[in-house]
Design a protein around this ligand. Structure first.
Ligand code: ADP
Ligand code: MG
Length: 197
């Protein structure tokens, strides 16, 4: 069982990690929809930086979506949190600063179920933002994988294929590919379509 699907009265933290295109957002949305089926009040937040598909929705690469509140810092959750909310979903957690760690702890200590999706590593395969610490303190960690676009194997890395060397550069298939350990390079690489292998 990849998540706590039984009813639990106390709060906890669930983390869903993996490379880009590994289905983190789809899995986050699936868990939140199940909570809604259980009539648990749900609120969803995402960093304002992630405007790839919609300013307000959390949207997967497969175009499934759920309404969310864009926020600049994790502390803003306290300004928007409804008193009856039981489940808090957060997408693109890697883009928040370390303040997200304490907010997640405090929400869980108050009895809320906190589900955070985010990249475990950046485009250079280095641990990304607050996610590594959240993986350590969470009650549940789900590590997902995409399909390597070069060989069809299990992709655990996010290959940058366009742009500069900054850690944060928002993009989708225009700038990133899912790759396995063997085909990943910690530099900006040409897209696999143009690779001769
Ligand atoms: P994440 O949030 O981890 O980036 P999403 O949930 O947004 O992932 O998207 C997952 C979807 O991306 C898959 O269901 C599939 O339709 C699509 N997809 C595109 N490229 C790949 C790939 N290389 N491997 C797996 N899924 C991919
Ligand atoms: Mg996503």
């Amino acid at each position: 069982m990849s998540e706590f699907s039984y009813f639990q009265a106390r709060g906890w933290i669930e983390v869903v990690v993996g490379s880009m295109f590994s289905g983190k957002t789809e899995e986050l949305i699936r868990r939140l929809r199940r909570a809604e089926f259980a009539r648990l009040p749900v609120q969803v937040f995402k960093p304002v930086i992630d405007d790839r598909y919609s300013m307000t929705d959390v949207t997967s690469h497969n175009k499934t979506s759920i309404a969310s509140k864009p926020i600049k810092s994790a502390d803003e959750i306290w300004n928007h949190l409804h008193k009856d909310t039981k489940v808090v979903g957060i997408d693109e957690g890697q883009f928040f600063d370390d303040g997200l760690i304490q907010v997640a702890q405090d929400l869980a200590d108050r009895g809320l179920r906190v589900i955070i999706a985010g990249l475990d590593t950046d485009w250079q395969a280095k641990p990304f933002g607050p996610i590594p610490t959240l993986m350590a303190i969470a009650e549940s960690v789900t590590k997902q994988h995409a399909v390597c676009v070069v060989c069809g194997g299990t992709a655990s890395r996010t290959q940058r294929t366009a742009g500069g060397a900054g850690q944060v550069q928002v993009g989708a298939t225009d700038a990133y590919e899912a790759r396995c350990r063997e085909h990943f390079k910690p530099v900006v690489d040409q897209p696999s379509m143009s690779l001769s292998r």
